[in-house]
Design a protein around this ligand. Structure first.
Ligand SMILES: NC(=O)C1=CN([C@@H]2O[C@H](COP(=O)(O)OP(=O)(O)OC[C@H]3O[C@@H](n4cnc5c(N)ncnc54)[C@H](O)[C@@H]3O)[C@@H](O)[C@H]2O)C=CC1
Ligand SMILES: O=C1[C@H](O)[C@H](O)[C@@H](O)[C@H](O)[C@H]1O
Length: 343
């Protein structure tokens, strides 16, 4: 049985997911789309040759009985409303990060899912599906390096746009590390601090770039996370886990090496769409397969809540320069199962 999917937000990543569902993945098709820019949504239907209807808004799309699941790929501030409406309609929902732009909004979604009595939400933390991070987690789970003691990581973008702000380095960019690192070491966060090295001349005047975020986990692991969104040379994601008996490092993306004109080296990817293309395919295929099984297994609404609480503390630390504590509600039973989100 083919799963009929509706897409709420047909912009950059919405189109990318439409492309992968329509051409790469199996078991689903796009039958409904909506966007506040309906003309653009119609163009997407034609561009991708979809047998799909353009609906005026998320509520009209969610009212379609034949739509079995939805992707929320609109702007972050619009996510909470669409996810709550999907839960209300009893539809499975894949929501790109952030689940909601505030911890309170994420908590409202968690409470709605608890009232529904079954998990319907998967959050788009795709690094958990990246083969490099999966290998890293296997090494840690198998205690190949003993207990993790420290993590050094870096999230570097070639440049940030004019609308990108210093707090987005946390809420839009580091949110990926915030989620994947707690999954990697099966630990939660205790406190955070933000410091600022010398500013790069390549950052716009309103930006603070780079930034260094220190995170202490409840288990005592110390994480040093660099965010550098005007590094110029490429889209570069680094992660090194230092353990009692050794070090485990995220592999570089596979690439040919070139020897040419007295130089030797490999190319560095410039775009996140390319760096994590397989992870995006795997996360969406997992969503399709788990919806058809009737139980979503990926990153949960609770993971979205924890990420939002942690991001809020980081944004507070950006201004205070102090260590800021992270206090979480008690994890509800609905999220205790040992699945990908808890593996
Ligand atoms: N997981 C990842 O690696 C990535 C995640 N994202 C996330 O995906 C979301 C979308 O990002 P982009 O595609 O880059 O943005 P975009 O601006 O290219 O596309 C967003 C689309 O949503 C539409 N939209 C806004 N509000 C809407 C509403 N209430 N109902 C229906 N449509 C609405 C806009 O008209 C636009 O077409 C963001 O939350 C972003 O953080 C974006 C890039 C990568
Ligand atoms: O979600 C994303 C992308 O996936 C990149 O990893 C980030 O660098 C970017 O800031 C954010 O929009």
């Amino acid at each position: 049985m083919t799963l009929n999917i509706g897409v709420i937000g047909t912009g950059a990543i919405g189109k990318d997911h439409i492309r992968r569902i329509s051409s790469n993945l199996s078991g689903a098709r796009i039958t409904a789309v909506t966007d506040v820019n309906q003309e653009a949504a119609q163009v997407v239907v034609e561009q991708y040759g979809l047998d799909a209807v353009v609906y005026p808004d998320d509520k009209a799309l969610l009212a379609q009985a034949d739509v079995g699941a939805v992707l929320v790929t609109s702007w972050g501030p619009a996510h909470e409303q669409s996810v709550l409406a999907a839960i209300e309609a009893g539809k499975y929902v894949f929501c790109e990060k952030p689940l909601a732009t505030t911890a309170e909004g994420c908590r409202r979604i968690v409470d709605a899912e608890i009232r529904h009595g079954k998990r319907l939400v998967q959050v788009g933390f795709m690094r958990r599906y990246d083969s490099g991070y999966v290998q890293l987690k296997q090494a840690i789970d198998e205690r190949l390096i003993g207990e993790p003691l420290m993590i050094r990581c870096a999230h570097r973008n070639p440049e940030s746009g004019p609308n990108y702000t210093s707090d987005m380095a946390i809420t839009d960019t580091l949110i990926h590390e915030i989620d994947v690192l707690r999954w990697l070491i099966d630990d939660d966060y205790k406190s955070v601090q933000v410091t600022y090295p010398r500013k790069t001349r390549h950052a716009l005047s309103h930006m603070r770039d780079p930034q260094v975020v220190m995170i202490e986990t409840r288990g005592g692991v110390l994480i040093t996370a660099e965010i550098f969104v005007n590094c110029r040379y490429g889209y570069d994601i680094q992660c090194e886990v230092i353990g009692e008996d050794g070090i485990a490092k995220l592999p570089e993306p596979s690439s040919i090496s070139l020897r040419k004109e007295g130089m030797y080296g490999t190319r560095i990817l410039m775009d996140w769409k390319d760096r994590f293309i397989e992870a995006y395919d795997r996360e969406i295929q997992d969503f399709i397969d788990s919806v058809k099984r009737g139980d979503v297994q990926g990153p949960t609404a609770w993971d979205g809540y924890v990420a939002a609480v942690t991001a809020d503390a980081c944004v507070k630390a950006q201004e205070s320069g102090e260590w800021e504590d992270i206090s979480l509600d008690e994890k509800p039973d609905l999220y205790e199962s040992r699945t990908l989100s808890e593996a």
